[in-house]
Design a protein around this ligand. Sequence first.
Ligand code: MN
Length: 454
Amino acid sequence: MPYAIDETHDPKLKSWVEGANDPQSDFPIQNLPLCIPSGDEFGAVLPACTRIGDFLLDLEVLSDAGILFEHCCCGPNWNDFGSWELEHRLALRKRLVELLKADQPELRDHVALRQRALIPISGLELEVPFYSQDYTDFYASLYHATNVGSMFRPDNPLLPNYKHIPIGYHGRASSIVASGTRIRRPVGQQAPAEDGGTPGFGPCKLLDYEMEMGLVVGRGNELGEPISIENAEDHMLGMCILNDWSARDLQKWEYVPLGPFLAKNFASTVSPYIVTMEALAPFRCQAMERDASDPQPLPYMDSDANRKAGGIDIKVEVHLASAKMREQGIEPVHLSTGNFKDMYWTLAQMLTHHTVNGCNLQPGDLLGSGTISGTARDARGSMLELTWDGDPFAAPPVVVPGTQRTPIVLPTGEERKFLADGDEVIMKAYCEREGYRRIGFGECRGIIEPAQEL
Ligand code: MN
C-alpha cells in the first residue's frame, strides 16, 4: 500500500487557523483536501486551494511568494496534480502541515501574505475540483445489488456474474455538477401499463438519489496497457461524495439490454473537495471478507495488499429536507447511514478491472462506487431500497421479499416514496478511527426543480 501513516496524521497536531481544531470540523490539519473556489474576484483562472478549518488556503499565492515550492500552481483544476509522483504529493502535504501547524510563525506572522492566502469560506461557492473526460459508475455493493435484484427477481436476486466481475456502465462526464447545483426533474419514456401497450411520456415520477463515493483518477494509463492490481493505488488521486441521481421509471423501461442511459445521465452531483488518498491512510481496512461459499476473485484482481488494506472505512449519511420543511425552519431528517467498507469490490479491483482490456483512464476521470448499502434497513443508500418492505437479509428463515412500499413520513406530515419537487438531498461522509483525528468530505447537496414544461 503506497499510502502510509506518517507525522501528518498525528492526532495531536493542531493548527493556528480558526475552526481547524473544532472537533466537529471536517477540515482539521490532518485532512487538507483539494478544491477550487468560484467567483469573479479570483479572475480568469481560479486558484487551486486547500481547505483548513473555516478557510480556503490559496496555494498559488503561497507559490508566487516562494513559500511553497514551485509548480504547485495547477489550476483551473487538480488534474495535473494527479499525475505527480507520490513523493511530490507527499512533499506538498508535509509542507502545508508545516506551515499551518500551531506555533509555526512562518505564515501566521506574515500578516500581508496570510491575509491574501487565507480566504474565509463563508459565502463562497466551490467548483467541481477535477475535470473528468470520462465517468464510469460501478455497482459494487452486494447488499444494494441484492436489494434491487430482490425487487425485480425475487427468486434470483443476484445474477451469476456478480461475484466474479465488477459490474459497471459508462456514465456521462458532461453532466457532473458541483454540490448546490439545482437538479431539473428529467422527462422521458416510461414503460407501457401493459405488455405491448404504448409507453408513457412525461416528467419522471420515480426520481431517486444514490449515495455513492467517487474515486478521482490521478495518473492515467496508456491505451492498451492495463493497470495491475499491484499498481492500482498509484493511479488514485482521492475521493469525493457522489449522488448518482436516478429516474427509476425511465430506467426500468430503457435498461434492457444495454444498461442505464437517460435515467442516469441528466445529472450527477459531487461534493467539492477531493480528500486525498494520502489523507485517507489511517482509515484503510481489509477488503470485505467473502463468504466461504463465494468464488475468489480471479488472480488479476487479487493481491495480499488489496485483501489486507483495499477497503476504506468511510461513514456515509443521507439527509432530506422538503421545501415545506425549509420554510418552517425544520432541520433535514436523517434517512440512512452506510459504510464504504461494506463494498464487495475494492477501488483497486474496480480500477484494475476497468483497464484489463487495455482501456485508458485519464487524470480526473471519475469512477463511481455504486450505491452504498448495508444489511440493515437504515443502511440503504437509495430511496428505492428505503421505502421497499422486503428484507432479503433476514435469516433464518429467509423472508420472501415483499413488494409493498412504505412511505417515509417527514416532520411536516408529508410522505415520500420518491423525491418531490423542492426536496433537497444532503449527503455527508466522514472517517473516524480510535487514535486518529476525524476527517470529513464536506457535503453533497442538490434541490429538485420541476420538470421543463412540455
Ligand atoms: Mn449508481
